[in-house]
Structures are given as structure tokens and as C-alpha cells.
Design a protein around this ligand. Structure first.
Ligand code: GLN
Length: 550
């Protein structure tokens, strides 16, 4: 029988609830338990796929093609478990399901209401992973937003009911709150936590564990005060001070006995957590002997959450390369109208030993990205293009090497004479925007002897996608003549998945999103090799570990 942990947040958002949930998940998994994490978001969009990164940060894509909240990325990275569509629920999906049932007449004669219909559906979804896989030991369900939001009420009510219906030792409520430090007074304040817990209790949920987010660990008296006022034993008031790396958080929790306390409360018998490997990994992340600077050229540079998985992939790739990967954010619009002879390009990429162009949509900043590709290609700087980053590489090479004047993507210029990137055939008739891209994992075959085959160490790979446009096969021969190798293709050979430029130290583009499959314990081979190439460009020495990791 599965045990259930509910994770809620109070006081403010952006406290790192997802990281806290993922960290507990990591610890429970290290105790040999089978853990699944899920996120319930109270907003009405069916999924975040149609939201701007400004609203929601990165859209994380799962194997099955589900477009998800970025916390699912943390869950997968911390527990190294592949999640599925059922692990991200939104109010939009709840209402969509109920309204479809209502239209079919399944509620015939009854009034459809938030209680019991919405809450029943939420309760069904809480337990669904255990129904599908009876081997699961623990299901952690994180509720998006903060306690007190109107939108989250049905979710909290469903949790209250769920807890009432289960034996007390089968469920646990973990609440994350902020304990602010008031500089002028020189002290921390526990009142917001007290209010937040009071709000939760007024809904009928008594938290079992409090995670106190603060700049510094709290003094014992502060924890005792919180324990007393919030009706939680002091041991169960856990410090969560700001960490240098998110990967430290499971270790901080473990040092406070958190996984043991959770197991005790849930009456789970499990061996001690085996965290030795995680500790070694964090040690390198915190004390890397080397460092290298990589430029990320995008249009959401002011919002780092838009590129969350890419940033994490660099942290992972830094582990075998024994280096810290520093990011230099370059706003692609600032590169518009610049060219290689222009001192501005040199200034923008000063001290950078690798250039990455990530995924993106729409034509804003495109010419700047094309210019960045040109700079990397002509200056022999390692270049890694992901999705749109591969498409702009094709545009640049098309214009400059393949003699395709005004080559472009039909996404940016529908009437361009040479649409080297064009809408995929099956995309042409699609009019709905939600969930209709080419999404999720697809197999890809690599060309023997290519750089990417060497990176992966295999010729058959599977990677996750999220795009509508692709390389236009009509121009493949032009590019091959110009020196481009289409080193990754769909198994039937019809879709270009990867390109590379032999002769260049590292020039690789991929149509998929490798960042979605990088894990701290299994850094992605492309990021690995790209960081290694950047170190070589910088004059660094390749480490033994980097070689072994390949
Ligand atoms: N806009 C491009 C497409 O739809 C690239 C998408 C992406 O980078 N994720 O094909």
C-alpha cells in the first residue's frame, strides 16, 4: 500500500517547494523506496504548453509528450525516475474531465459541484499512480501556489478529505514557509509562518512537518517557538537555509534526520539512506577545480527559469569535467545588425569559450542568433544549437556556405525564397495550439563515425522533442555539399534530428531537447562533450573523468 505526502507552501511563492519535494523524494529513494512525485497546479490552463516563459518559466516535456510544469524537471533530476502525464494535474484538466463526463450524461439528474465532484476527481488523481503501479511505496503530491489562494482551495479540501479517509499513518502533510530576516530589526520573524499554518489549519490540515526557508539556519529558540505556535514537534521543524547549490538540499535535510522522521511518522521500514554518491557529486559542484564561461544567446535572458533544464544540464556536465560552468547571458536582440568584423560581437562573447543557442519561438531576436552562430563558426568557438538553435545554424550555413540567398525558416518569413526550415507535413493542417507540436520521445539513428555517435557511444538514441518546424529535405543536398553532416536522422531517414560540421572543434545542432534527459548522476553526453570542448578552447586540460564519462 502506498503512503501519501502532501507538500504545500505558504507566505510567498518561489520558495523552492519543488526542490524541497524533490529532495525528500531523493532521500526516500536512497532508502530503497519506490517514489513518485506529482504536481497539482491550480490554474485553468490544461497545461503550461501555451503559456509564455515569462508567465511560467520553462515548459518541461516528459517521455510521453506531456507538457509540464518545470518542477517535474526537478523531480526527474532528483529521483532519476521518468514521470508521465498523470503526474501533472491542473484545474483545467480537472474541469475538462468533469465537463466531458457531464456532457456524456454521467451525472444525469445531479447538480455538478466543486464538492464533491471536483474534490472527488482530485482525490482520484492523488491515488492514480498507485492504482497504475501497485509497487509504488510513496507518492509525493505538491500543490502549486500558496495556501490562501482562492484557486488552490479545492485541492486543499481534497487533501483534507483524503487524509480523513486514510489511516493516519498513511498520509503526511509537509508545509514550506518563509521565515524572513528583518534587517533593520536585526532579527528573524516567525509570524508569517504562524499565519500561514493557521490558514492551513483553518482548512482542516494540520501540517506534520514544517520546512522553514530562511537566509540562515534558524536558532533553536526560533524553531521551538514555531513548533509551539504551529502545533508541530520541534524535531519536525526543519531548517532550509539558502543553499549554494540546489543539490545540497537533500543533504541538508538528511543531516536533520528528515527522511528518518518521515519514515517513522508514516511507519515505513526502510534501510538507511545511501547518499555517499550524492555527497561526492555535491562536493565537486561546490568546489570545482576549474571553470569555463559559456554564452547562452536567447530572448528570455532576464528570466532564468525559461532555461532551467539547460542551466541544470551545465551543472551536471561540470561534474565529470570537474569545472564550474559560468553562464553569460546574451540578449539575442542586442546582436542584431552586428557582424563578425564588428567589435561588438567580440565584446559580447569576450572570455566565452562556448556558445549555446537554446530553443525558442517567434522571430524576435532571430537575426542576432544567426549572427551568434556565424561568430562561433568562423572563430572556431564550440557551438551547441538546441532545437531553434539548430534551425538558426541551418539558416546561417544556408546563407553563407550553401549559397541559399535569404535562407530562412518559414516560421519567421513565410514567403522567403529558401525555406531551409519548414513546417512539418503533419503540422500543416493543425489549427489548435495546445498539445499539438511534435512532442515527447522519438528514436534517432546516428551516423557511424560522426562526432555525436562518439559522444553518445551508441548509434541508437531516444530524445524528447517540442517543435513544429524541421529541416526542409529539399535542401539537404545543398547543405551536404557545403560540408554539413546530417549525423542524426529519424529511423525512416525522413527527419533531420542532428547536424554537425566536421573540421570545426565542436559544432553540433539537435532538433530535440537533450537538456530534458540530463541527470546529476548521468550528465548528458552532448552537454558533457560541449563543456569539454569549451575547456579545450580555453586551454584547459581534459580530465580523466571526462574521458571516462564518455
Ligand atoms: N520554433 C521552432 C519550432 O517550432 C523551435 C522550437 C523550439 O526551439 N522548441 O520548430
Amino acid at each position: 500500500m502506498a503512503k501519501y505526502i502532501f507538500v504545500t507552501g505558504g507566505v510567498v511563492s518561489a520558495l523552492g517547494k519543488g526542490i524541497a519535494a524533490a529532495s525528500l523524494g531523493q532521500l526516500l529513494k536512497s532508502r530503497g523506496l519506490r517514489v513518485v512525485l506529482q504536481k497539482f497546479d491550480p490554474y485553468l490552463n490544461v497545461d503550461p504548453g501555451t503559456m509564455s516563459p515569462y508567465q511560467h518559466g520553462e515548459v518541461y516535456v516528459l517521455e510521453d509528450g506531456a507538457e509540464c510544469d518545470l518542477d517535474l524537471g526537478h523531480y526527474e533530476r532528483f529521483t532519476d525516475t521518468a514521470l508521465s502525464q498523470i503526474n501533472n494535474l491542473t484545474s483545467g484538466v480537472v474541469y475538462e474531465t468533469i465537463l466531458q463526463r457531464e456532457r456524456k450524461g454521467e451525472y444525469l439528474g445531479r447538480t455538478v459541484q466543486v464538492i464533491p465532484h471536483v474534490t472527488d476527481e482530485i482525490k482520484r488523481r492523488i491515488a492514480l499512480p498507485a492504482e497504475q503501479d501497485p509497487e509504488i511505496d510513496v507518492i509525493l503530491t505538491e500543490i502549486g501556489g500558496t495556501v490562501g489562494d482562492i484557486e488552490s482551495l479545492p485541492f486543499l479540501e481534497a487533501i483534507r478529505q483524503f487524509r480523513l479517509e486514510q489511516p493516519p499513518e498513511d498520509t503526511l502533510s509537509m508545509h514550506l514557509t518563509l521565515v524572513p530576516y528583518i534587517k533593520a530589526a536585526g532579527e528573524i520573524k516567525t509570524k508569517p509562518t504562524q499565519h500561514s499554518v493557521r490558514e492551513l489549519r483553518s482548512i482542516g490540515i494540520q501540517p506534520d512537518i514544517l520546512i522553514c526557508r530562511a537566509e540562515m539556519p534558524l536558532a533553536d529558540e526560533a524553531r521551538a517557538k514555531i513548533a509551539l505556535f504551529c502545533n508541530v514537534p520541534k524535531d519536525y521543524v526543519i531548517n532550509a537555509p539558502d543553499a549554494q547549490s540546489i543539490y545540497e538540499v537533500p543533504l541538508n535535510f538528511h543531516a536533520q534526520n528528515m527522511d528518518e522522521l518521515v519514515c517513522r511518522r508514516l511507519r515505513i521500514e526502510a534501510p538507511q539512506a545511501d547518499i555517499a554518491q550524492w555527497e561526492r557529486m555535491v562536493e565537486i559542484i561546490l568546489n570545482p577545480p576549474d571553470s569555463v564561461k559559456i554564452a547562452i544567446v536567447g530572448k528570455y535572458v532576464e528570466l532564468k527559469d525559461a532555461y532551467k533544464s539547460i542551466i541544470e544540464s551545465f551543472v551536471h556536465a561540470g561534474i565529470p569535467n570537474r569545472c564550474h560552468v559560468e553562464h553569460v547571458w546574451v540578449d539575442s536582440e542586442s546582436l542584431e545588425g552586428r557582424d563578425v568584423g564588428d567589435g561588438c560581437m567580440a565584446a559580447a562573447f569576450k572570455d566565452c569559450h562556448g556558445i549555446l543557442v537554446p530553443g525558442g519561438f517567434g522571430d524576435r531576436g532571430i537575426q542576432g542568433k544567426v549572427n551568434a552562430v556565424r561568430w562561433a563558426r568562423l572563430k572556431d568557438i564550440p557551438y551547441f544549437g538546441i532545437c531553434l538553435g539548430m534551425q538558426v545554424a541551418m539558416i546561417e550555413i544556408g546563407r553563407d556556405l550553401a549559397g541559399l540567398d535569404m535562407a530562412n525558416s518559414s516560421e519567421f518569413d513565410p514567403t522567403c525564397p529558401h525555406p531551409v526550415i519548414d513546417l512539418m507535413l503533419e503540422q500543416r493542417k493543425i489549427t489548435d495550439m495546445g498539445g499539438t507540436m511534435r512532442l515527447g520521445a522519438y528514436p534517432c539513428l546516428l551516423q557511424e563515425g560522426s562526432l555525436v555517435a562518439d559522444c553518445y557511444g551508441t548509434l541508437e538514441i531516444s530524445e524528447r522533442h517540442r517543435h513544429r518546424y524541421e529541416v526542409n529535405n529539399k535542401y539537404r543536398a545543398h547543405f551536404e555539399k557545403a560540408g554539413v553532416v546530417f549525423s542524426g536522422l529519424s529511423p525512416d531517414g525522413t527527419l533531420v534530428e542532428m547536424i554537425e560540421l566536421p573540421g570545426h572543434p565542436f559544432f553540433v545542432g539537435c532538433q530535440f531537447h537533450p537538456e530534458l534527459k540530463s541527470r546529476p548522476n548521468r550528465p548528458h553526453p552532448l552537454f558533457n562533450r560541449f563543456v569539454e570542448a569549451a575547456l579545450v578552447h580555453q586551454g584547459g586540460v581534459r580530465t580523466v573523468e571526462a574521458q571516462e564519462a564518455r
